[in-house]
Design a protein around this ligand. Structure first.
Ligand code: ZN
Length: 185
């Protein structure tokens, strides 16, 4: 990540808004924001292989459901936050991954400039490719500050997106059953 470019861009943005970048409260803002992006866009420096490669063998392929993984991302159209919960269900194929690793896989994709639909699909694809389960289903529910703060201004409205792969895609009955489990609260 090019911190110097981010600093310059933020200085220009402050100037463009018509603010005085030299006043006390703003003087260190470009530097602070450059450091912040290192963290909130840190997903570019990570890969799902890194976080999902440590697996455990299982004898029975019972479904695994992880609900309420909190995430924060930035919408690529406005660079404003969207945030909420990710719910994941998968049917293993002899291998499972530590539950915290699924949360880290979410971060790999959330900490980038995103749209919610793509993030949902990317999480599902990463789990399919690295863990190779029989199927995976990902549900994301989020509030978008670009909708709450500006434009249509609908605070509190939530957007839900879904991605289904493998057996969940092939068997609509199973898809419906797990959709109920993942969105029951
Ligand atoms: Zn937006």
């Amino acid at each position: 990540m090019d911190q110097e470019k981010i600093r310059q861009a933020v200085s220009l943005l402050i100037e463009g808004i018509g603010e005085d970048g030299s006043r006390e409260g703003l003087r260190e803002t470009p530097e602070r924001i450059a450091r912040m992006y290192e963290e909130i866009c840190g997903g570019y420096a990570q890969s799902p292989e890194e976080v999902l490669s440590k697996t455990f063998t299982v004898e029975h392929n019972e479904p695994v459901i992880v609900r309420d993984i909190t995430f924060y991302s930035l919408c690529e159209h406005h660079m404003l936050p969207f945030f909420g919960k990710v719910h994941i269900a998968y049917i293993p194929n002899g291998k499972v991954v530590g539950l915290s690793k699924l949360a880290r896989c979410v971060e790999v994709y959330a900490r980038r400039l995103q749209i919610q639909e793509n993030m949902t699909g990317q999480i599902a694809d990463a789990i399919m490719e690295v863990l190779k389960p029989q199927g995976v289903m990902v549900v994301v529910e989020a509030e978008h500050l670009c909708m709450s703060m500006r434009g249509v201004q609908k605070p509190g409205s939530r957007t839900e997106t879904y991605a289904v792969r493998g057996v969940f895609e092939q068997q609509p009955g199973m898809q419906n059953r797990f959709l109920q489990l993942l969105t029951k609260m």
